[in-house]
Design a protein around this ligand. Sequence first.
Ligand code: FMN
Length: 335
Amino acid sequence: MIELAQRAERLLPPDVWAYLMRGASIGESAWERWRFAPRVLRDVRTVDTTTPLFGEWRSPIGIAPTAFHRLVHPDGETAVARAAAACGSPFVLSMRATTRIEEVGATAAGPWWQQVYLMRDRGITDALVQRAAAAGATALVLTGDTPYVGRSGGRGLPPLDDRLALVNVAQHVRPWSDPWAEIEQDAGAVLGDIRRLGDLTGLPVIVKGVLRPDEALHCIDAGAAGIWVSDHGGRQLGRTVPPAHALPEVAGAVRGAVPVLVDGDVRCGLDALAALALGADAVFVGRPALWALADGGADGVGAMLSGLWEELRHAMGLAGATRIAELTRDLVVER
Ligand SMILES: Cc1cc2nc3c(=O)[nH]c(=O)nc-3n(C[C@H](O)[C@H](O)[C@H](O)COP(=O)(O)O)c2cc1C
């Protein structure tokens, strides 16, 4: 993965690279806090990674929503969606995508989910989620950690043509208005918005950006169908507890009431193995998908996803597990 990041850095303009890496952690991965206590003498000739999660996936390693894919490759979000479908991995389309929702829906070749930012103009938010539902999204991922854009590690928008950046919203903003102001996040978003979005679309709503057990339970009470443990790749509030540390407590509190998802610094099969053993139902990668897209388009993303999947399967066998359900808390100890 380090080589992939290095190739992407060489390929991308410095200001684009800086945008991607804003907030990225440096040094030791937080997942390394966890050590494995493998089982022995288990028949692991067949390792099955099938994952039920609002649908059924071959791999529990999916693509987290990231904005502006055409910033790094002209094929953008459709390439990433196709690569994810080919690997049997969940793909989440960002509400700040540079490809029309309908185009992604028509070319995805598999189920996909729509990420949601609640915008100041709820009419625009509602129109976008309804378009996503009509285009075939099978779940919504409501980002809860972004009342406004954070400043962790830098500020500002990436260098991107407005026509691309606003491709999904242009038709909804009032003429002569400042479109960026109209689509800005609503700092007044509340828990009640979870159920409202679900009722509006009939889709399950996963809340992304949860780092506390009590907040996970509040979201579930308010109608969340899934909890996504995330610190937004370090880009929102600075110095948050890493998802790799927050996950076990959140999963412990949720106790299987709804699926638990996690992202943040997942870079190899061992990171994914630790996350799944600590109670996650699926893990997601953000920046690696953008590096892979920059490096090799859809093929690059496919190679990255299948590489991680292979590493996970290999590690599961060595840990003595043949199914995702066998990845339980006793497999990891704190270093
Ligand atoms: C360039 C970039 C853009 C992002 N855009 C979004 C977004 O539009 N919506 C969202 O919910 N999260 C967004 N995120 C956060 C990711 O979904 C994810 O939480 C994070 O990248 C995971 O960490 P990782 O990059 O270490 O894998 C973005 C992250 C990056 C790096």
